[in-house]
Design a protein around this ligand. Structure first.
Ligand SMILES: *[C@@H]1O[C@H](CO)[C@@H](O)[C@H](O)[C@H]1NC(C)=O
Ligand SMILES: *[C@@H]1O[C@H](CO)[C@@H](O)[C@H](O)[C@H]1NC(C)=O
Length: 584
């Protein structure tokens, strides 16, 4: 009995110890499974999707991967700024703007886009007299505005108050609200896929928009190391009230930059998609030395020459220093008669061609704070005056030239990418339909340009002006077209936008019976993803992302409230199955 007891006792002790051990193992295994389950679903889904469409292994949904990285780094966007000091500062600055308001618009000054010209049409040479003839501006008005501008220059702070941004910080700034929240989400997903870790701030123009975007701001964005900033929170409500009525979204770009907490800003339109990791640009020699990087628009500059009079910039009518965007090195004096042939913006002191496309821009608030303050002023009185003066009715949103104009007036540096835009679109029986503008990698562009400068333009410095112009022209036409070797950096999908609701409302492109698009929009455009060393078909990948976001992850966007998501998802599925089978 004792022995038996002993054995039973030992066995039961043994088995209970084994039991505890098994429970431990079980708990550990269960925890591992839970952790895996929490992480795996979207990558499983993503993988399944990718397999379906046999696309390269580029993640559709980079959130899971990102969260791992974020847990190892400090976010840097959490700490707020001193709200009352910042509000007070902007209150003062906007009082200066209002004191220098411009409220008379000469009736004959064309609004942006009204002329429909641009594109450097054959026969158009934007000489001084050509540009002056576009708009007659009375001398008395020029004198008045020149006086106002002179006073503004005295009152305007010499730099941006350092308390308005976090010293040394860098990040991406976009504008959100309604459909722009949807578009910026797509853009941020693409940004993350490039491997970018930069924090993102999505600026909402009003509290009302913030209330409509609570899910977006509080649930959706934080997963992507992004957050909302409500502009009146930073600028103060009094400033927002003092803004001209119907302040347009493009005017908001300068407000978005000043509302963000970053010192170094990569401003990206919400309908603009990055193809290459932008993070290293902030640390580049180029950005550090210039502090402002911009990109070209399709068109020549069409700024009225009195802009230079108003802003007290001397344009030397005797000295041609450029052919278009390429410098010439000559001491030859122009004759009066030359001015009928020389484009005005090739003259020394004028802002160089081409005009600017502001869908993307890098700016350092520390070095270019005053440029930013002046650009904001140009935007505040843009619709009434400055847009008309800067563009004279040329196509494009008004704000596009204000940043470069401000920097030029203040003598602050900038680099505008020299490579031309590559246009992407589809060919139909009625012609070519452009849908997106590809802007080129700024660092590769600068490298390439520096090389051309060193090997071709500088060695020609002893040649005649006419010969130099010919050399520059051949460099432009052979090396700086949109088709050159500099890789695309961003895809500005400006018309139509990657918004299913918008697309489904366009009869020209949407077949309602079939509930799908009539065409593939991007004509099979592919790019090499440096992060994944693979060729990606842009449109296909975007549609997969759209489907994953709306139909699988079911991320909530106020933009799609009160719309039939089932119908939208069917549309996306139809489109994918009809057009998006990759050819490879
Ligand atoms: C500006 O224009 C006024 C006439 O409106 C003229 O008297 C003045 O000389 C011009 N100044 C410059 C710097 O071109
Ligand atoms: C829609 O697609 C169907 C099938 O291809 C075609 O028969 C029909 O004409 C299209 N409708 C429109 C409005 O293009």
């Amino acid at each position: 009995m004792r022995k038996q007891d002993f054995v039973t006792d030992t066995m039961s002790k043994f088995s209970s110890r084994g039991h505890i051990h098994r429970i431990r193992v079980f708990i550990i295994v269960a925890l591992v499974i839970v952790v895996l389950l929490l992480r795996v679903p979207s990558s499983v889904q993503t993988y399944a999707k990718l397999k379906d469409h046999s696309t390269p292994q580029i993640p559709i949904n980079p959130i899971v991967q990102l969260q791992e990285q974020l847990s190892q780094q400090v976010l840097g966007v959490k700490k707020g700024l001193d709200k009352s000091a910042v509000n007070q500062y902007w209150d003062d600055v906007f009082a200066i703007y209002r004191k220098h308001n411009i409220n008379n618009t000469p009736s004959q000054m064309p609004v942006p886009g009204s002329e429909g010209y641009g594109f450097d049409p054959t026969g158009m040479n934007p000489t001084k007299s050509f540009l002056e003839a576009r708009t007659k501006i009375p001398d008395s008005l020029v004198r008045d505005i020149k006086r106002v501008f002179g006073s503004l220059m005295t009152d305007l702070p010499k730099q941006l108050l350092p308390a308005t941004y976090k010293s040394g910080s860098s990040g991406v700034v976009m504008i959100g609200g309604g459909r722009f929240s949807w578009l910026s989400y797509l853009s941020i997903l693409s940004l993350r896929r490039t491997g970018s870790n930069l924090p993102v701030e999505v600026i909402l123009p009003t509290y009302k928009e913030y209330e409509e975007e609570l899910d977006f701001c509080k649930l959706t964005l934080p997963k992507l190391n992004a957050m909302c900033i409500v502009a009146p929170e930073v600028l103060g409500e009094s400033v927002m009230i003092s803004l001209p009525e119907k302040f347009k979204s493009y005017q908001y770009k300068s407000l978005a930059i000043i509302s963000s907490t970053f010192q170094n800003v990569f401003l990206l339109d919400s309908d603009n998609i990055v193809l290459r990791n932008p993070d290293h640009i902030f640390n580049s020699k180029l950005f550090k030395s210039v502090g402002l990087i911009t990109w070209p628009d399709y068109w020549r500059r069409s700024t009225h020459p009195v802009f230079y009079n108003i802003t007290n910039i001397n344009v030397n009518l005797k000295r041609r220093t450029r052919y278009n965007r390429f410098p010439l090195v000559s001491n030859e004096d122009l004759k009066e008669s030359d001015l009928k042939d020389v484009p005005f913006h090739d003259l020394d002191g004028a802002v160089p061609d081409l005009s600017t496309e502001s869908g993307q821009l890098f700016i350092n608030k520390k070095t270019h704070g005053r440029s930013l303050l002046l650009a904001t002023y140009f935007n505040m009185y843009g619709p009434k005056f400055f847009y008309r003066l800067l563009g004279q009715g040329a196509p494009g949103d008004g704000d596009k030239d204000t940043f470069v104009a401000a920097a030029h007036v203040l003598g602050e540096d900038f680099y505008q990418v020299k490579s031309f835009i590559q246009t992407v679109g589809h060919f139909e029986p009625d012609g070519f339909h452009g849908v997106a503008m590809l802007q080129k990698d700024p660092l590769k562009d600068f490298e390439f340009y520096s090389q051309e400068l060193k090997t071709k333009l500088l060695p020609a410095k002893d040649k005649s002006l006419a010969e130099q112009v010919e050399i520059a022209k051949s460099i432009e036409q052979e090396h700086f077209t949109g088709q050159n070797t500099v890789p695309p950096f961003t895809v500005h999908c400006n018309f139509p936008k990657l918004d299913p609701l918008d697309l489904m409302s366009r009869e020209s492109i949407y077949n309602a019976t079939e509930n799908r698009l009539k065409y593939k929009m991007f004509n099979g455009f592919t790019y090499i993803s440096p992060a994944h060393e693979q060729e990606v078909e842009f449109e296909h990948h975007q549609w997969l992302t759209i489907e994953d976001t709306l139909c699988h992850q079911k991320v909530h966007f106020s933009h799609f409230d009160n719309h039939d998501l089932k119908h939208i998802c069917q549309f996306i599925a139809n489109h994918l199955s009809t057009f998006q089978k990759p050819t490879t």
